[in-house]
Design a protein around this ligand. Structure first.
Ligand code: PLP
Length: 352
């Protein structure tokens, strides 16, 4: 990695100087018999107590499960909290910029605009591969974050390791690799590069493969110094007790998640084959995620037809490089059958 990389240099001066809010639960962390320090109610246990602001237990459990130090883990209210905090910790409004591959997850650009940070898009190649040179060319002294997504939403492909490595080696910014869909891919993700590159940040989530979008829990993995700044800026009790409990339980039953992931992978293969048989389907892009990007003829009409049938997919046809494409989540076998039947009916009606 570049000699000049320093996390301190990337952090906004006001954040470097910040003395974080210290809660009652920060100041006393042992086990006491009588808690009269936080103005909590004595009734309605266990929910009368504030949750642990440092989430020590869940971080230990997750660290053990993933083979990572707890100091490398930040837990947020969805990945979205981690993304927003990276902006708030690193980017000076009205001056700094971030670079993102395009097309990708819409939240990076929304967070940039909210934080008044210039958002620089770099188009992927037409085959959805990443050009590291194109990314690096758009970076300058004021580039604080680079957003990459693998497997990418909405294109479904994983990024080439050597290409990401090249960005990591040359960039003076933090390189954020969003791996929300990594659980669905058999290819190795980027967590194993954390030790080697202190400018690498990896995002994961319980919202997809773990079936827990409703509890809002996202993970951010990175250098312990960066994790310290994110932790200083977050709301003290950003994760509530119900979320902590549900996440902890899920981690105790990883076999359930593994079975779900296998079922979705089987359906992904079946759906790819079935969709390819349909005459209005021009291309089913290969996917390492739990969705398929499908190029069809008459995309708007098909989309409206499916909506009228009560089947909601995502119209991505106005997204760069995705002309004519719908993004279809792989659901249960019966949901997928309903989708296929509806498309077949649409085809027949079109022919008439
Ligand atoms: C779904 C998704 C997420 C998940 O966000 P959460 O806030 O954790 O639910 C993150 N990144 C990408 C690219 C996604 O598609």
């Amino acid at each position: 990695m570049s000699e000049k990389f320093s996390i301190q240099r990337l952090v906004r001066p006001n954040i470097r100087d910040l003395v974080p809010y210290s809660s009652a639960r920060d100041e006393f962390t042992g086990n006491a018999q009588v808690y009269l320090d936080a103005n909590e109610s004595p009734y309605n246990a266990p929910y009368n107590r504030y949750p642990d602001p440092k989430q020590r237990q869940l971080k230990e459990q997750m660290g053990a499960w993933m083979g990572l130090d707890a100091e490398r883990i930040f837990l947020g209210n969805g990945s979205d909290e981690g993304i927003d905090l990276l902006f708030r910790v690193c980017c000076r409004p009205g001056g700094d910029n971030v670079v993102s591959m395009e097309p990708s997850y819409g939240m990076y650009g929304v967070c940039a605009r909210i934080n008044d940070v210039e958002f620089r898009r770099v188009l992927l190649n037409p085959d959805f591969t990443l050009s590291p040179e194109a990314i690096l060319d758009r970076c300058d002294d004021r580039t604080k974050l680079i957003f990459l997504c693998s497997p990418n939403n909405p294109t479904g492909n994983v990024l080439d390791r050597a290409a990401v490595r090249q960005v990591l080696e040359s960039a003076k910014a933090l390189v954020v690799v969003d791996e929300a869909y990594a659980d669905f891919s058999e290819k190795e993700g980027f967590l194993s590069l954390l030790e080697e590159f202190s400018n690498l940040v990896v995002l994961r989530t319980l919202s997809k493969a773990w079936g827990l979008a409703g509890i809002r829990l996202g993970m951010l993995f990175g250098d312990p110094i960066l994790i310290g700044y994110l932790t200083a800026v977050k709301y003290p009790y950003n994760l509530n007790m119900l979320t902590l409990e549900a996440a902890s339980t899920a981690l105790q039953y990883p076999d359930r998640t593994r079975e779900w992931v296998e079922a979705i992978a089987r359906e992904r293969t079946r759906m790819t084959g079935e969709l390819q048989q349909l005459s209005l389907v021009e291309k089913v892009h290969p996917s390492d995620a739990n969705f398929l990007l499908v190029r069809v003829t008459r995309v708007r009409e098909l989309f409206s037809y499916l909506t009228n049938e009560g089947i909601i997919v995502r119209d991505r046809s106005s997204v760069p490089l995705c002309t004519g494409c719908l993004r279809i989540t792989v659901g249960s076998p019966s949901e997928n059958d309903r989708l296929l039947d509806a498309i077949k009916t649409f085809e027949k009606e079109e022919v008439k």
